[in-house]
Design a protein around this ligand. Structure first.
Ligand code: SAM
Length: 270
């Protein structure tokens, strides 16, 4: 969108939340487009698109969480090596947010990337980011509905797809359903789950939403993953950078040998 289009959208959004004087100043060019985070959050309630336009004007928001994969150099290296070994046909990400990891995965694989985000403000931001990139297809939806739609879409490869599951944020936890859908409909999936507890290394953070809803081995649906192995980063958390969030990598047993050169290990070290 042009600067004028952005200005119009911001002025409209400011008016909608009652910031009339501010809207007048922005329209007359007296005030700059930047507004406080609090105002953007207010605007987001009535105009997620307007809020996304304001987010877009702030360069610091382009690299959310300190860079791709929570700014973790070890994780980035792991995924880079994984993609060198496994020729993935496509990438599916749940939880686009502002598209930082989406962009990394697209650059890395050169394959079509399908990503889903449930919040309009983040979705609109990511839409701007990939406006000229037809290889990145974004959806505004719940991740379960999105995956089910991919199942029915013949253009989406159903074999050797890299899944980056990162749509866990708040009360609703779609991960178990996501895993069931993937296991039912894709063969040879390579699944990376962000924010997962790494057994034996408490330095890695993980998501815990209370009883039965913490991202640990117990959370995984046993039937869906019975033919899979669950692997964890062998890089000690103290050598990781960025947010030091844990992850789990799930692959079919027949794939395990291929990944033996990667910095991955089982839950228990034998
Ligand atoms: C941790 S952020 C994702 C970060 C992003 N993958 C990255 O690395 O920059 C989680 C995102 O998932 C979204 N989300 C939460 N629940 C979702 C759901 N059920 N379906 C789709 N997206 C969801 C949130 O709105 C949020 O933007």
């Amino acid at each position: 969108m042009s600067q004028d289009g952005t200005t119009r959208r911001v002025v409209r959004a400011l008016r909608q939340v009652g910031l009339y004087e501010r809207a007048r100043q922005v329209r007359r060019g007296v005030a700059r487009l930047e507004v406080t985070e609090r105002s953007i959050s207010m605007i987001a309630r009535v105009s997620p698109t307007g809020a996304a336009a304001l987010d877009w004007l702030q360069p610091s928001k382009h690299s959310s969480w300190g860079g791709p994969m929570n700014g973790q150099a070890g994780r980035q290296r792991l995924i880079r090596e994984l993609v060198r070994i496994v020729d993935v046909a496509a990438v599916v990400e749940t939880g686009t947010y502002r598209g930082t990891t989406t962009e990394f995965l697209w650059h890395l694989t050169g394959r079509p990337v399908f990503s889903v985000e449930s919040e309009r403000r983040s979705f609109e931001y990511a839409k701007r980011r990939f406006a000229r990139n037809e290889s990145v297809q974004l959806s505004l939806s719940d991740s379960r509905i999105f995956l089910q739609r991919l199942v029915d879409n013949d253009e989406v490869p159903k074999k050797t797809v890299l899944f980056y599951l990162d749509a866990h944020w708040g009360a609703d936890l779609p991960l178990r359903d996501e895993l069931v859908i993937i296991a039912q409909h894709w063969s040879d999936p390579i699944i990376v789950i962000d924010d997962f507890a790494v057994p034996g290394d408490p330095g890695y953070g993980f998501d815990d939403y209370g009883e039965g809803r913490s991202l640990t081995l117990d959370y995984l649906p046993p039937n869906a993953i019975e033919d899979m192995v669950v692997l964890f980063p062998s890089l000690p958390s103290r050598l990781e950078t960025g947010a030091r969030r844990g992850c789990a990598v799930l692959v079919e047993r027949t794939r395990e040998l291929d990944l033996s050169s990667l910095s991955l290990r089982h839950a228990t070290v034998t």
